[in-house]
Design a protein around this ligand. Structure first.
Ligand code: GTP
Ligand code: MG
Length: 202
């Protein structure tokens, strides 16, 4: 099993022209504000505050790069869909994220986080449709699983599966919680498998 031996914050990117020049694989986290992206990074890296847990949701406007094991990056994308964000900023988010997804060749796979207490919204759907259009593999992570029953989770997985059109690109559905640790091993396993695939192909 993949062991996280080192994890460090590298930088925040506001402008895609300043992306790292490296050829390391990037594993990307996307999802609504407050869904738990930063918490997931801290949890899988066994760190309390590597990624900042936002006190003000919707404030993150940048891509945050974390270098793991000197081998790959975790990339925390700005959260979308926070109601209080003005339309102009939302349009900026769309451009930044879609340009990144479509142009960045190092993107290995994307974790799309959806709060397990809520149905996916049109921005989750839009994200999945971009990933499918650009043929980027992704996994759907149902976050905060500690807040719902196993029964409810099963139903929620079904509802989330409705936004998937290309099942070959959707690698997995993973219930996840930072409280119980559910899903952590599955996420590490996915990363490990992808890294191994890469090494074989290079
Ligand atoms: N109960 C529970 N709470 C969680 C879990 N994951 C995250 N949270 C809480 O949800 C809130 C938002 O978490 P963040 O990790 O900051 O969410 P984010 O997606 O990074 O938010 P933005 O950076 O604003 O886009 C915090 O108060 C977390 O403590 C979980 O698995 N269970
Ligand atoms: Mg965050």
């Amino acid at each position: 099993m993949l062991k996280i031996k080192s994890a460090e914050f590298i930088n925040s990117i506001y402008d895609l022209r300043t992306l790292p020049k490296s050829v390391l694989s990037e594993f990307v986290l996307v999802g609504r504000s407050n869904v738990g992206k930063s918490s997931l990074i801290n949890c899988i890296c066994n760190r309390k505050s590597l990624a900042k847990i936002g006190s003000v949701p919707g404030k993150t406007r940048q891509l945050n790069y974390f270098l793991i094991n000197q081998d790959f990056y975790l990339v925390d994308l700005p959260g979308y869909g926070y109601a209080k964000v003005p339309e102009q900023i939302r349009a900026g988010w769309r451009k930044l994220v879609e340009d990144y997804i479509s142009e960045r060749e190092n993107v290995n796979m994307v974790f799309v986080l959806i709060d397990s207490r809520h149905d996916p919204n049109y921005l989750d759907e839009l994200m999945v449709s971009w990933l499918e259009y650009y043929e980027i593999p992704y996994a759907l992570i149902l976050t905060k699983s500690d807040k719902i029953s196993a029964n409810k989770m099963e139903k929620q997985i079904y509802r989330v599966s409705k936004i998937v059109n290309n099942e070959e690109l959707c690698l997995d559905y993973i219930p996840f919680s930072i409280i119980t640790g559910e899903g952590k091993q599955e996420i590490l396993k996915l990363i490990e498998t992808k890294l191994e695939e890469n090494k074989k192909n290079n």
